[in-house]
Design a binder for this molecule. Structure first.
Ligand SMILES: NC(=O)c1ccc[n+]([C@@H]2O[C@H](COP(=O)([O-])OP(=O)(O)OC[C@H]3O[C@@H](n4cnc5c(N)ncnc54)[C@H](OP(=O)(O)O)[C@@H]3O)[C@@H](O)[C@H]2O)c1
Length: 531
């Protein structure tokens, strides 16, 4: 490590030294035979255990209908870990110790009998905290979330906060409802059995390092925040693109579409962190208060505006990475005449003092040329004198890009002189790369989220009013689309950056999408300055 790195290391300020200790507890996963458990949850818990972040005593109980015993469940999980672990090879000793704490409980969560069985299993655990500090992780069908909470409560396993010495919490997977009314109904149902402080609604984007870094970047530096407003920012672009199509998730996607699957949660979450006001403290409620306030400041769409400010799209057959791909309507379990959107681009305004008049452009889609998530803050042009007077629109605008994934990092783009005897100006870039600075280690989002849920810190989870406000933004868009067939202009070939209408959406105000680049972007602008 060189001298300046050592100094930087000495300047590291730990914020979580006062974090609550993770108390001994049992984690009960409903949906233990499912995809999420084997791909994300068990690998996350294994890594937390390997990194000595689990409490000194813990148990994991897997609950599902399929017949298995502990040994066969362990065997399946071990195989999945080989495939999905972020570290390889799997440490056999660590796995043996970890898996000795994993038990399978077979049962149907729609009937009372299985909860008796679960109660007996929990009662057999050695110490009181393992029997009564309980984290219930709902990784089942979304329609079952409310029922499980109710049955746990009636079985005496889930108590409202304050009614016992121990704690119980519920982690609820997404999707949380499919519109405002269903989200409100689910919230009301959960609130009958648990206090809001016991309910941890997941948006795994909030577990990502780069998404958490948005707040640190904005509020632990003095130089950026003073530019973070309508005086300096021309517009902002948020892109979450995926190369993959719907794959085997056709039946889920037919009920959801990109608006519900991505915009209502991940995109609005990132937007709220990027655009919110400074919170009064780093407490969970202070941060969540500001996020909700920001969401409430988004200008509602008036009748007729959805068609002008929001573009949907659906991929048709095309080529991604040189491979031909079927169109969405040809994917398994998708209706041949489906109108479900696989792409959304929208323009929105935030009607508050900081952002009045600044357009925010958000887009997400499947079967786009590459998988990347980034926020690009485009600054205003310089006055039209000196270099701008010579170069005109060819003088590139300053931009700050927060690359959320992959190649996580932050880039600042500005103009500089090309060395030489002639006067040429071209964009150059200052870049911070997570990998180069901190090494390639990045914990999976679910590791952080599980740890926070065990310790009872709700900062990275969605509050009731937050999820409902986000639905109230998405609902009018869905309503405007319902029953309106997709037009040709709303289709895009797999491998393109979305439908033509999405380009037009920005062109109308003189803007253009800046597509994420993989690796170092080749700068193509070379502008001669002067006569
Ligand atoms: N997979 C992902 O990457 C992902 C990402 C984001 C969110 N999610 C959310 O996470 C949840 C789980 O997703 P998944 O992909 O893991 O689903 P999945 O593979 O279909 O698994 C569903 C699980 O629920 C269990 N289950 C269903 N009905 C049951 C019943 N009556 N009694 C007991 N167990 C029952 C199933 O067990 P049996 O079949 O053995 O009964 C299975 O273990 C969903 O809410 C999903 O939206 C998943």
């Amino acid at each position: 490590m060189d001298e300046s790195n050592q100094l930087d290391e000495l300047m590291t300020c730990r914020l979580d030294t006062g974090r609550r200790v993770v108390e001994p507890c049992s984690i009960v996963i409903f949906g233990a035979s499912g995809d999420l458990t084997s791909r994300k949850l068990i690998p996350a818990l294994y890594h937390l255990y390997r990194d000595k972040q689990m409490p000194p005593q813990f148990r994991v109980v897997g609950f599902a209908r399929r017949e298995k015993d502990d040994a066969s469940w362990h065997g399946e999980l071990r195989q999945a870990l080989e495939q999905f672990s972020r570290t390889k090879p799997i440490d056999a000793t660590v796995w043996d110790e970890f898996s000795s704490r994993l038990s399978y409980c077979q049962g149907d969560l729609t009937g009372p009998a299985a909860y008796g069985k679960l109660e007996q299993l929990l009662a057999s655990f050695g110490s009181a905290p393992l029997r009564s500090n309980l984290l219930f992780y709902l990784a089942t069908l979304p329609s079952q979330f409310g029922e499980v909470a109710g049955r746990l409560h009636h079985a005496g396993l889930l108590h409202r906060e304050g009614q016992s010495e121990s704690w119980q919490r519920i982690v609820v997977e997404k999707p949380f409802g499919h519109d405002l009314a269903s989200a409100q109904a689910l919230n009301t149902e959960l609130a009958r059995f648990a206090h809001e402080r016991q309910i941890f609604r997941i948006d795994h984007y909030l577990g990502k390092e780069t998404v958490q870094n948005i707040l640190m970047f904005r509020f632990s530096n003095s130089i950026f925040e003073r530019l973070w407003n309508r005086e300096s920012v021309d517009h902002l672009q948020l892109t979450v693109s995926e190369k993959a199509g719907v794959g085997q998730r056709g039946s889920y996607y037919e009920e959801s579409g990109a608006l519900r699957d991505m915009v209502q949660n991940h995109l609005l979450q990132v937007l709220s962190l990027v655009a919110m006001e400074p919170p009064v403290s780093l407490e969970a409620e202070a941060i969540r208060d500001e996020k909700v306030k920001l969401l409430r400041s988004i200008r509602p769409w008036r009748a007729g505006e959805v068609g002008r400010q929001i573009v949907r799209g659906q991929y048709s057959a095309g080529t991604v990475d040189g491979q031909s791909c079927p169109g969405y309507r040809q994917e398994p379990r998708v209706k041949p005449e489906s109108n479900v959107e696989t792409y959304v681009a929208l323009k929105l305004f935030i009607d508050n003092w900081r952002w009045a008049g600044v357009p925010f452009f958000l887009r997400t889609g499947k079967r786009l040329p590459l998988s990347a998530s980034e926020v690009r803050v485009q600054f205003r042009p310089t006055p039209n004198v000196l270099f701008a007077a010579h170069c005109g629109p060819k003088l590139d605008l300053n931009a700050l890009t927060l690359r959320l994934q992959p190649n996580e990092g932050i880039s600042l783009r500005f103009n500089g002189k090309v060395p030489g005897t002639s006067s040429q100006v071209r964009p150059v870039r200052m870049h911070f790369s997570y990998d180069a600075t901190f090494g390639a280690y990045t914990p999976e989002a679910y590791e952080r989220l599980l740890l926070e849920a065990m310790s009872g810190d709700a900062t990275l989870f969605i509050r009731r009013d937050e999820v409902e406000t986000a639905w109230s933004i998405a609902d009018p868009i869905q309503t405007a689309w319902d029953g309106r067939p997709l037009t040709n202009r709303e289709c895009y070939a797999a491998g393109a950056w979305g439908p033509v209408a999405a380009e037009d959406l920005l062109a109308l105000s003189g803007h253009a999408w800046r597509n994420p680049q993989l690796g170092e972007p080749p700068f193509v602008f070379r502008h001669a300055v002067g006569p």
